[in-house]
Design a protein around this ligand. Structure first.
Ligand SMILES: C[S@@+](CC[C@H](N)C(=O)[O-])C[C@H]1O[C@@H](n2cnc3c(N)ncnc32)[C@H](O)[C@@H]1O
Length: 256
């Protein structure tokens, strides 16, 4: 097995995360779940499946510095194994409290392990929350939601974004990273092809790529860029801008 190190600190995490082989030959089709099997390989999976993953984390933390305010809460929604929270913990000087939310207990358990290893410095809480059932935020100056809104059922997406907005202070900032679809089928196909080439370069086989695509079909539902913008503007965000784009991936910043 190749050595897996923490992308932020270079610490050896080989005992925490295995290599992602979830979708290899032996995989039997089922809808994708963030269960124990996925949690045990998640950091390897996400860094080989999301282009510029580490750079997007760094940019998120850099932008976060412009908005996090002492005495407020910083939320990471869909915090998974805590990578964003660790990056923010290192880069944010204000005395904020971190709150990480996810609906996968297995992911949160991995986050706890990483926080202990990385010696997390700010006060924090990790909580179970199913976004499809709604959420409650308060006193938030910063909310990050990376690669997660895309998993919320479209029926509930506006409610989630509205609840985030309601829990934010004035001038509070929401940082979103999302996979996109494109209205133009030509570009949609080209971008997806180039994305699969990226995955191949990172060691995934055709079979693994096809199996994962099938498993994600009804689970990850990407919006068009314009749909994300409309959603954010409709709930009341005053400033909305793209800060990152790579084919079918984007980073969006929105300020209340
Ligand atoms: C792709 S991962 C997010 C990656 C993470 N934010 C990062 O930057 O490394 C998506 C996360 O959203 C969580 N999730 C998916 N559906 C959810 C829901 N309905 N409610 C809460 N969390 C959900 C999953 O458990 C998973 O941890």
């Amino acid at each position: 097995m190749p050595k897996i190190t923490n992308r932020l600190t270079g610490k050896n995490l080989a005992n925490l995360f295995e290599r992602d082989e979830v979708f290899n030959q032996s995989y039997s089709a089922a809808d994708f779940q963030f269960d124990k099997k996925v949690a045990s390989v998640f950091d390897d999976m996400v860094s080989r499946s999301v282009p510029y993953y580490l750079e997007m984390q760094r940019m998120t933390a850099e932008l976060a510095q412009d908005f996090a305010v002492s005495g407020t809460n910083v939320y990471d929604i869909g915090c998974s194994t805590g990578t964003t929270m660790i990056m923010l913990d290192r880069m944010l000087k204000p005395k904020v409290k971190f709150i990480g939310l996810d609906n996968s207990q297995e992911m949160l358990a991995k986050a706890e392990e990483k926080f202990a290893l990385e010696k997390f410095t700010h006060p924090y809480e990790l909580g179970i929350c199913d976004l499809n059932r709604g959420l409650h935020l308060e006193n938030a100056s910063l909310v990050t939601m990376l690669l997660t809104l895309q998993f919320v059922r479209p029926l509930y997406r506006e409610r989630v974004v509205r609840q985030i907005f309601d829990g934010m202070n004035d001038n509070g900032c929401l940082i979103l990273i999302e996979k996109l679809t494109s209205e133009d089928s030509l570009f949609n196909r080209l971008f997806i092809d180039h994305y699969y080439d990226f995955k191949k370069r990172n060691g995934y086989s055709e079979t693994e790529i096809a199996n994962k695509r099938e498993a994600l079909e009804n689970v990850l539902i990407p919006y068009r860029m314009e749909e994300n913008f409309e959603l954010l503007r409709e709930v009341g965000f005053k400033h909305v801008e793209v800060f990152f784009r790579w084919y079918n991936f984007c980073g969006i910043i929105a300020v209340k």
